[in-house]
Design a binder for this molecule. Structure first.
Ligand code: CS2
Length: 505
């Protein structure tokens, strides 16, 4: 017998029925799986404890699909927490409405400008901030940014939407608001503030900049939870547990972490109820997470995809990938990370390998490998420059770049396989153009660093980094990812971050 569609009445009487949010204090930009298994869960925990007016208006960027499905399910969905020992389903229920930005961009600006809204949270991925990876500044070469700056229409970029809404607030009711970026950008709050400010400078809105100084805060935060894509399997698990048909269940690992600066100028939910941590200085948590987890994740994804592995657990299960992952993490990333107070770094690293190996999750190499052109600038350059300036070659960081290039801009005649083929990346065409005019592999890598708008140009000052990356591309093409990984990991391990040689135990 078919089950009723998930709704509040279908869950009536169940301990899984969440409290109903009473008001919309939060607008969230980016209604993807990560938000629905992270901030929404913390907000639901705060609502369950305190009640109150902190419901979330979720804004999907382009697609109506999730928005429509949420509307059809009373804005409810299951979060399926997956571990090798089984799964657990919960229903956050923190949303009060949905919008689709592509269909009604003016409604998004109006929603953020609403005086009752006190926080806007953002998960639009690294790519969604329209900054130039080369300079870190607002990307004035982006057509979407130019359109938002110069046309008198509702903005469509995230930075434009934030600036537009702040402009309305500053020039009407002047109620304060917090803009909380929850993406994997180093100094995500500080970066968002700078991008919004640059946008406002370009539009000559000095009055808005002056008002923002006292009435808008941009806390930095570190967010962490591995959240794969949805699938029928998770819908079926959620449906079976809820006794009601859930078409938009979100899978997630059991681990979850959210560390924020406590600078919410217009109040906030008690996210501590869901386990969130407030810290005076979040940047050490961010660099620990973005380098050790995300940076190593990229290497695992690219090597695995080139080796024909569909998932991260299958990739890290290959001994050569694990050795390269440990080498890049321990020797090349770790020395560049200030360990946050109270974190047991050995335990944190041990947990990372357990999390990556969670085979029940089915986290795809293609998912983690997508959008490398925006992700790698957060992960590779600072550690690479740290070592290069000390005269040490970071072989496994070169390997990460080499494996990325082989996946998204494969040299002629080289087939990177289906998993690399399904990685999406807005830079594919740009990279293909650079490859077509390159005289050699080394020339190609140099032009990627100098003109690819993926990494800071400063890296081009170190020819050994360029040469090593090109050599590793060549090794991948001629002998496969395993040969390249073994070669790079051996070089890294025998050199060591301080030039003294290192062993992994
Ligand atoms: C991953 C992240 O796709 C990626 O680039 O490294 O999405 C990662 O799973 C999350 O940041 C974990 O918190």
């Amino acid at each position: 017998m078919s089950k009723p569609r998930l709704s509040r009445s279908a869950l009536a009487g169940s301990e899984l029925l969440p409290a109903r949010p009473e008001g919309t204090g939060i607008v969230h930009l980016g209604l993807g799986n990560f938000h629905r298994a992270h901030q929404a869960v913390y907000t639901a925990a705060a609502l369950a404890q305190d009640g109150g007016s902190w419901g979330i208006l979720g804004v999907a960027n382009r697609s109506r699909a999730v928005a429509d499905a949420l509307l059809a399910q009373d804005l409810l969905y299951g979060v399926v927490e997956i571990s090798p020992s089984g799964s657990r389903v919960s229903v956050p229920g923190a949303h009060t409405g949905v919008l689709v930005a592509a269909q009604d961009p003016a409604a998004v600006t109006a929603a953020i400008a609403d005086p009752n809204v006190r926080i806007v949270t953002v998960t639009v991925t690294e790519h969604g901030y329209t900054f130039s990876p080369k300079t870190g500044d607002l990307n004035l070469e982006s057509a979407a940014v130019q359109k938002d700056l110069h046309q008198n229409e509702a903005p469509t970029t995230t930075v434009g939407q934030l600036a537009g809404a702040l402009t309305i607030r500053a020039r009407t009711h002047r109620a304060p608001i917090t803009v909380a970026s929850c993406d994997n950008l180093l100094g995500n709050g500080r970066r968002t503030a700078a991008l919004v400010r640059q946008f406002l400078e370009h539009t000559g809105a000095d009055d808005v900049i002056d008002w923002s100084a006292d009435s808008v805060t941009f806390p930095n935060s570190m967010v962490d939870r591995i959240v794969p894509s949805s699938s029928d399997l998770y819908d079926a698990q959620s449906t079976a547990r809820l006794g009601a048909a859930d078409g938009i269940a979100v899978p997630a690992e059991p681990f979850s972490m959210w560390v924020m600066e406590d600078s919410f100028c217009a109040g906030r939910p008690r996210w501590e109820a869901g386990g969130a941590v407030f810290a005076a200085d979040v940047e050490p948590y961010e660099s620990m997470k973005v380098r050790l987890l995300n940076g190593t994740h990229s290497l695992i994804a690219y090597l695995g995809a080139l080796d024909g592995r569909p998932t991260i657990p299958e990739s890290i299960g290959r001994p050569f990938v694990e050795v390269a992952a440990r080498a890049v993490l321990v020797v090349e990333y770790l020395p560049t990370v200030p360990v946050p107070d109270g974190v047991d770094i050995e335990d944190y690293i041990a947990q990372l390998f357990v999390r990556w190996s969670n085979s029940a999750l089915g986290h795809k190499t293609a998912q983690v490998g997508s959008d490398g052109s925006a992700k790698l600038s957060q992960r590779i350059p600072i550690p690479a420059l740290y070592h290069l300036k000390r005269g040490v070659a970071p072989h496994c960081l070169s390997l990460t770049l080499a494996a990325y290039l082989c996946c998204v801009c494969p040299p002629e005649g080289f087939d990177p396989g289906p998993h690399a083929g399904s990685m999406t990346d807005p830079a594919r065409q740009r990279l293909a153009g650079l490859a077509a005019s390159a005289a050699s592999g080394e020339h190609f890598v140099r032009s990627v660093v100098e003109h690819g708008d993926i990494l800071p140009v400063e890296l081009a000052r170190f020819p050994e980094f360029i040469t090593r990356t090109a050599e590793l591309v060549d090794t991948i093409v001629r002998h496969g990812p395993m040969a390249a990984a073994v070669e790079a990991a051996n070089s890294t391990l025998s050199t060591g971050a301080d030039g003294s040689g290192t062993t992994l135990d």
